[in-house]
Design a protein around this ligand. Structure first.
Ligand SMILES: [Ca+2]
Ligand SMILES: [Ca+2]
Length: 636
């Protein structure tokens, strides 16, 4: 036994030397390479599983994974919000080195950045992703099909992912229409069903070669919607809970059911012993649906259901509540069943771990370490499990370092560093920075070394990315509140506006349809506004009206915009009258309008002419633009 183990270790050492020299494991030395299914449920909290004793949740399939595999108590997220954590997961880097550190939805990976998928592709794996990408919007260098995925179906941008009923989702940067949907919270085609079906199809299609099936599924992230016909809804619809809390729990049960479907499919295809399945959350739980009685959220994702002890903080910050996630790995025959592991690891470790399982060489510039010895046992791995010297996080001015049982947190740039001893203070309630200045000094130095400025990828087409973001609501966003009571434009004394035509306007705001012709359409609810998007136009602003024939002009009537705003309301102005639209000579009158929403008249000596020029010289609040709900020409 000992002899064979020595031989095995020698063999592994030989392979390692060769691997170091060639950058890949020699084929003969590879252990049988597993398929990899990686399910990541968006927002699922550490305690939100029935195997954790939570009474609100029913998750028999995930519980089974834990019973037959290993559950980790100290697997931590790469970051405490969606996009940055996904970037750590995909690239093997901590958030001091990643390209995607903003959580604006579409910030891209740089061209050519290595990911789990690009590494596994080189090792001969088919790579499919199904769910929410978050590492680059459409039209950018960060799209998944440029980073190793043969297929990605779902949402590239995170704002798009807020709706389960958009008119389309994205498939390798093309649009995949979802019939009967218009965005928002209702529709005919539940996006997640389509995405999940694509994942099952992918597994089936690649049964004969190693595959990586990445399932960063959106549920139970909001908007919290699930079809009423879903069997999971039936479990919760009659609970005396807030509606969204019921939908949330049902969505967790739905994901669990789908994990069961994946396990069933693997068994059907005879792959259940050749596939490693991971199940995790993406960031710490969010205290959703808080009530007076439940200040840590209706379900209390960070509260131990039995003891009531809670992780401090939640999604969005770097206390344990923002970083602790459920994490389970399952591989029958390879992972010892029913284990609970306290190994301290985090998302940057996923890339080197999956690379080792696939017999692939990870990139050199990563921060993660492989946890294969902990997963499969040190004997099977042929080496001891290495430990992190430290773990690092940064997120919008917050910084955190973990070093063994020590946790240092800088909650804001303007605050002081805090130090916690998680051995005795898992709730991070007692700051011991003053008692251990040497420990804190070392951790602060590590933090300083760990940070590099972010270098993001770029967009070559912002328009399709913006289209995806608008698809969240599509045409279902409630119409802007109608204007309340508006002031009329008195018609007495006016040359009838029906005959007016627009001769010229110095500019108009086309992006929001505040067109020049709105200034004499007879409707006080519409208005002309000068251009401010795609280049600001400043004073003077001009509007030239063609009366259709010569008239005697005696003045001009002005009605300011009738909504709550004052932008563009005209103050100083001049009036010109001419028979030639190109030549106006001297002004026939000057005026200063008051800051009122009622119509105001500007009188001039009777002047013959067909064209009337209103020249705005200033705005009532000193702004650079002009606007008008209605302009009428007084005369006969
Ligand atoms: Ca998330
Ligand atoms: Ca109008």
């Amino acid at each position: 036994m000992a002899c064979s183990r020595r031989r095995f270790l020698r063999h592994v050492a030989g392979c390692r030397a060769l691997a170091a020299a060639t950058g890949a494991w020699p084929a003969a030395a590879r252990r049988r390479r597993p398929n990899i299914v990686y399910v990541m449920s968006d927002e699922l909290g550490y305690y939100e599983l029935s195997c954790m004793g939570h009474p609100h949740f029913t998750t028999p399939n995930v519980d089974r994974l834990a019973a037959e595999g290993v559950r980790f108590t100290q697997a931590l997220a790469g970051s405490s919000v969606c996009a940055p954590t996904r970037c750590c997961l995909m690239t093997g880097k901590h958030s001091g080195h990643t390209s995607v550190r903003k959580n604006d939805g579409g910030t891209p990976l740089r061209e050519g950045e290595e990911t789990v998928a690009s590494v596994l592709t080189r090792a001969g794996y088919a790579c499919g992703g199904f769910g929410k990408w978050g590492c680059g919007g459409r039209g950018s260098t960060g799209v998944p099909e440029k980073h190793g995925f043969d297929l990605f179906v779902g949402y590239y941008d995170q704002v798009h992912a807020h709706s389960y009923y958009p008119a389309y989702i994205v498939r390798n940067s093309d649009e995949l229409a979802l019939p009967g949907n218009r965005g928002g919270r209702t529709g005919k085609t539940y996006s997640h069903y389509v995405i999940f079906d694509e994942a099952l199809k992918f597994i089936r299609a690649h049964r004969d070669k190693p595959f990586f099936c990445y399932l960063p599924v959106t549920p139970p992230h909001g908007m919290h919607d699930i079809p009423e016909s879903d069997p999971s809804w039936a479990l919760y619809k009659d609970k005396p809970w807030p509606a969204d809390a019921k939908a949330y729990a049902a969505m967790v049960n739905m994901v669990d059911r789908q994990v069961g479907q994946v396990l069933g499919l693997l068994k059907e295809l005879g792959l259940d012993r050749d596939t490693i399945v991971f199940f995790c959350g993406d960031n710490g739980g969010h205290d959703y649906f808080r009530t007076k009685d439940r200040p840590r959220g209706f379900h209390g994702p960070n509260v131990h259901p039995k003891t009531g002890k809670a992780f401090r903080g939640q999604k969005g910050n770097l206390y344990e509540g923002g970083l602790r996630i459920p994490m389970i790995a399952w591989w029958p025959g390879k992972i010892q069943p029913g284990r609970v592991s306290d190994l301290l690891w985090y998302f940057p470790d996923v890339l080197p771990t999956l690379a080792e399982l696939a017999g692939a060489a990870p990139p050199k510039d990563i921060d993660g370490i492989s946890i294969v010895p902990e997963l499969l046992g040190e004997a099977a791995a042929g080496r001891k499990q290495p430990q992190h010297e430290f773990l690092y996080w940064e997120l919008s001015g917050q910084t955190a370092v973990r070093m063994g049982h020590w946790k240092a947190v800088l909650p804001r740039r303007s605050k002081q560093w805090e130090l916690y001893d998680l051995r005795t203070d898992l709730e991070e309630s007692t700051n011991v920075a003053a008692q251990h200045p040497d420990v804190l000094a070392r951790m602060k130095a590590l933090a300083q070394q760990a940070h590099e400025p972010a270098r993001e990828g770029v967009f070559h087409d912002r328009a399709i990315h913006e289209r995806d973001r608008r698809a969240k609501w599509g045409d279902t966003r409630p119409a802007r509140p109608r204007l309340g009571k508006v002031n009329p434009m008195p018609q007495k004394g006016l040359i009838p506006p029906k005959g007016y035509k627009l001769a010229r306007a110095s500019s108009e705001s086309r992006s929001n349809r505040k067109l020049a012709k709105n200034a004499f359409d007879g409707d006080p609810r519409t208005w002309w506004h000068t251009r401010f998007a795609d280049g600001l136009e400043k004073h003077p602003h001009e509007l030239v009206i063609d009366l259709g024939a010569n008239h005697t002009v005696r003045g001009l009537r002005y009605l300011a915009r009738q909504d709550q705003g004052w932008n563009g309301a005209i103050k100083d102005c001049e009036l010109y009258v001419s028979s030639d639209p190109k030549q106006f000579g001297e002004p026939v009158a000057k005026a200063t309008f008051r800051k009122v929403k009622t119509a105001q008249d500007l009188k001039c000596p009777p002047t013959r002419g067909r064209y009337v020029l209103l020249r705005a010289l200033s705005e009532i609040n000193g702004g650079p633009w002009a606007s008008a709900a209605e302009v009428g020409v007084i005369g006969d």
